[in-house]
Structures are given as structure tokens and as C-alpha cells.
Design a protein around this ligand. Structure first.
Ligand code: GAL
Length: 473
């Protein structure tokens, strides 16, 4: 059973659905630039230029939201649609108008918005100034956040500052497979992650001191993590490697915010160990300055994006002194070992969600948790009767129910990824995560509900009826 005020949601992100990439005064973002480079960086050189065209067809999205019976909808703001060069020097009023309409329409439909300030789409103008590698980003992000709280915070009460800093850092600045396409293993990702934490904390402190009393909302950041288990549960090495794996993923961002204000100890010692012999020893994983606002305590709830699980064992063949690769600092081999569906990285392990929720409860002092993303993809020919995804949602939601009822985890909401098929980053439109199918071959971008969408709507209506849920609070 779910609490009566449980949030039943679905999520999207601006660049993945909006299109209108240069409409009405929007400035370019790093994803516009990345996609326009071509050369196969993105599957078949797809781009989010038009995507689901939610910039024009928002009302179609609203129909989908209403059809599902959602109580909550998670969207992100396109920073460069609001502030074309990323700074508050120039505000694009047409962008403000767009999001005002989205928010007002949601509320008029009795749907509560959860708004992400930053979901991978940095204004290009800020990338040109160094992007997330630059320490000045904390200040700039803080100004943007204040602008958003000031403009929308009378109606938006659930805020996420940054979506998945781990993915931005690693895929954007280490592997280079996401915008801005930087490939600096072992260095840039830590710096970027650090500046994102500083930026997040600054925004949280601003909300806390300037807006909370009047607006009464809550602010967090969306942290993604796989669940992980030792390949051999009786092996101390495999177990230690698993702990490291979690420290280097979930812990990287959750530990500073929820536990100590600093990175997990094992992360510090590992990076230090693997930096030995480098001329820049001590330069890889940055140190938080005592003169800046603290990172500890800067989340009003825990926002978790969960997709999959991994089996872990230590790597044995690592070069110990030189030639480090940042993606090997955790020193383990991860191996799906569970059946993979859709996208190649997505092993389906619904009970990994329950285990991860328990881990969060025990490690981070039983916080209120919103599952801000969880979902299942389809690749290849479209199947509107997507039975595997329907089962996936049944199973995942069952695991959440168990976590609440049997384990006492304080889960407040569940957001399916995603409302619509959309631009799935480097996979373009080849991977479909929607509860609604979108016909990308037609200018109308017609939305049609999948079987899994009907299934999710059924689950929501069943539980809302059982608990007398209303979301007018
Ligand atoms: C997350 C991301 C979403 C979506 C999802 C599915 O990492 O926040 O934007 O793409 O993965 O891959």
C-alpha cells in the first residue's frame, strides 16, 4: 500500500522533448552544439532540434499526463530558453511565458510540478567560458536558480537543482559520449562533479535563506545509481569492491550532501593511491573550501534515479602507478549478469530498486525519498503492446510497495521515465522509453498510449482509489 499523498508521476527533460531549439530567442545549449557537429556522435546524427516538439505541442503532453491520472509531473527548464547566454543579464520573456503556461496548466489540472533546473543542457555561452570545469559556475548557477525560484517559485514547490551530476561528469567529461564531449579521463569528471556540488549547494542555500519562508518548497538534486552486488557474496574482495563501486557512484554525490560534507573516505584514499607518481598528486579529487557554504545538509529529500544493477568483483590487472584512467579508480569489474532489455546497459532488476532504497535508508539516515526516474526501454521495431515494459512497471512498483510496507523506507513518490518517447541522448530516437509512443516521422508528432501507459494508469487509479489520494494539498 502507498501513503495517500504518494506522488504518482512521470518525468521528461527539456532537450529531450521540447524541440524549438532556436525558437523565440532561445540560445543554443551544449546539446545543440554536440548534435550539430554530426559525425556519428549521436545515433544517425539525430538531434533534439524538433524532438517531440513539446514547445509547440505542450497541450498534447498535458492530455497524456491527464490520461495517465498523474498526481505529479517532472519537467526540466531549458536554461538557455530562459537566459539565452546563461546569465540573468538578459531574460527571454517568451521562454518565461512558455514555462508559466506549462506550470499553470498543470496546476489547473490538479497536477503538481516537480521542476529540474539543469538536465544536461548547459547554455553554450557558458561552455565557452569553461563550462562545469570552471569554478565560476557555482555563482552563475546560483543566479539562474534564484531567477527560477523568484519567477516560478510561487507555484513550484518541488525543485531539483541538477540531474545526475554523475552522468554529466563521466559521460560528458571523461568518456566524451555526451555533450560537451570532453575526454579527459581521471581529471575533468572530478572537477566537474565538484563544481556541480558547489553549484547545487549554493542554490539550496539561496532557497533556504531567501525563498523558503515565503514559498515553502523543497529542494534536492537527482542522484543516479545502479544497485550493486558482489559477484561472489562470500568473497571479502568482491564485497569490498562492491562497496567501492557504490561509493564512487551513489556516494560521490550523496555522501557530501547527506553524511559528511565531503567525499566518501574510500574515494579519497583510492584516488590518492592511484595518483601516486603523478606530478599533480592531490590535484584530482578537489577539496571543499572551508570558506564556502557547506555542502552537508543541502537536500530536503533524497531524489533517486534508478535503472539497473551490476555484479561486481575487483580488477586484478590494473597498472598501479602510472597510466591511470579515472573510470578505473574504483577498481572493479562490473558485469550486468542479469538479462538485458532495450538499451545495452539496462539489465532489468526490479528488486535492485528495493535493495537500493534500503541501502539509502540505512546509509543516509532514513531520508524522505522520491524515485525521480525509473523506466524501461524498447529498441527496434515499435511494439505498442509492450508487455515486457508493462510487467516491468508492475514489478518495480511492487518492489517500492514492499520497501515502504515491509522495510519502512520513507518513499514519497515514483516518477516513470518517461512520459513520452523522446531524444535519448547519444542513442537519438533509436531507444524508446515512453509510456506514450511518439511518431517522429510526422510533423504532428502524434502521441499514442502504449500498453504500458495503460498499465501504469491502471496502477495509479487503483492505488488512488484505495487510498483516497487527492493531490490538492
Ligand atoms: C537518465 C537521464 C534521462 C534519460 C534516462 C534513460 O540518465 O536522466 O534523461 O535519458 O537516463 O536513459
Amino acid at each position: 500500500m502507498f501513503p495517500s499523498n504518494f506522488a504518482w508521476g512521470a518525468a521528461t527533460a527539456a532537450y529531450q522533448i521540447e524541440g524549438g531549439w532556436d525558437s523565440d530567442g532561445k540560445g543554443p545549449s551544449i546539446w545543440d552544439t554536440f548534435c550539430h557537429k554530426g559525425g556519428g556522435l549521436v545515433f544517425e546524427d539525430h538531434s533534439g532540434d524538433v524532438a517531440c516538439n513539446s514547445y509547440e505541442f505542450w497541450e498534447e503532453d498535458l492530455k497524456c499526463i491527464r490520461q495517465l491520472g498523474l498526481t505529479h509531473y517532472r519537467l526540466s527548464l531549458s536554461w538557455s530558453r530562459l537566459l539565452p547566454d546563461g546569465t540573468t543579464k538578459h531574460v527571454n520573456q517568451k521562454g518565461v511565458r512558455y514555462y508559466n503556461k506549462v506550470i499553470d496548466d498543470l496546476l489547473a489540472s490538479n497536477v503538481i510540478p516537480m521542476v529540474t533546473l539543469y538536465h544536461f543542457d548547459l547554455p553554450q555561452a557558458l561552455q565557452d567560458r569553461g563550462g562545469w570545469k570552471s569554478p565560476e559556475m557555482a555563482d552563475i548557477f546560483d543566479s539562474y536558480a534564484r531567477f527560477a525560484f523568484q519567477t516560478f517559485g510561487d507555484r513550484v514547490k518541488l525543485w531539483l537543482t541538477i540531474n545526475e551530476p554523475y552522468i554529466c561528469a563521466k559521460l560528458g567529461h571523461e568518456d566524451g559520449i555526451f555533450a560537451p564531449g570532453v575526454k579527459e579521463p581521471g581529471m575533468a569528471a572530478y572537477l566537474v562533479g565538484h563544481n556541480m556540488l558547489r553549484a547545487h549547494a549554493r542554490a539550496w542555500h539561496s532557497y533556504h535563506s531567501l525563498y523558503r519562508a515565503e514559498q515553502g518548497g523543497a529542494v534536492s538534486l537527482a542522484i543516479n545509481s545502479n544497485w550493486a552486488e558482489p559477484e561472489n557474496p562470500t568473497s571479502p574482495e568482491d564485497r569490498a569492491a562492491t562497496e567501492r563501486y557504490l561509493a564512487f557512484s551513489l556516494g560521490w554525490f550523496a555522501w557530501p550532501v547527506f553524511v559528511t560534507g565531503d567525499y566518501p573516505e574510500v574515494m579519497r584514499s583510492r584516488v590518492e593511491l592511484r595518483s601516486k607518481g603523478l606530478s599533480c598528486q592531490g590535484c584530482r579529487l578537489p577539496v571543499f573550501s572551508k570558506s564556502e557554504p557547506t555542502i552537508l545538509g543541502t537536500a530536503d529529500f533524497f531524489a533517486l534515479n534508478y535503472y539497473t544493477s551490476r555484479m561486481v568483483k575487483p580488477m586484478s590487472d590494473l597498472p598501479q602507478v602510472s597510466g591511470f584512467r579515472g573510470d578505473r579508480d574504483a577498481e572493479e569489474i562490473v558485469d550486468p549478469s542479469w538479462p538485458v532489455c532495450g538499451a545495452s546497459w539496462l539489465a532489468v532488476v526490479p528488486d535492485g530498486l528495493r535493495k537500493l532504497l534500503n541501502y539509502i535508508k540505512n546509509t543516509f539516515n532514513n531520508p524522505a525519498v522520491y524515485i525521480t526516474e525509473n523506466g524501461f526501454s524498447q529498441v527496434g521495431p515499435v511494439n505498442m503492446d509492450d508487455v515486457p515494459r508493462s510487467r516491468f512497471y508492475q514489478d518495480a512498483i511492487q518492489e517500492v510497495a514492499r520497501a515502504i510496507q515491509e522495510d519502512g523506507v520513507d518513499v514519497r513518490g515514483y516518477f516513470a521515465w518517461s512520459l513520452l518517447d523522446n531524444f535519448e541522448w547519444a542513442d537519438g530516437f533509436s531507444v524508446r522509453f515512453g509510456l506514450f509512443h511518439v511518431d517522429f516521422s510526422q510533423p504532428e508528432r502524434k502521441r499514442s498510449i502504449y500498453l504500458s501507459g495503460r498499465e501504469y494508469a491502471g496502477i495509479i487509479s487503483k492505488y488512488r482509489a484505495l487510498t483516497g489520494t487527492n493531490n490538492s494539498q
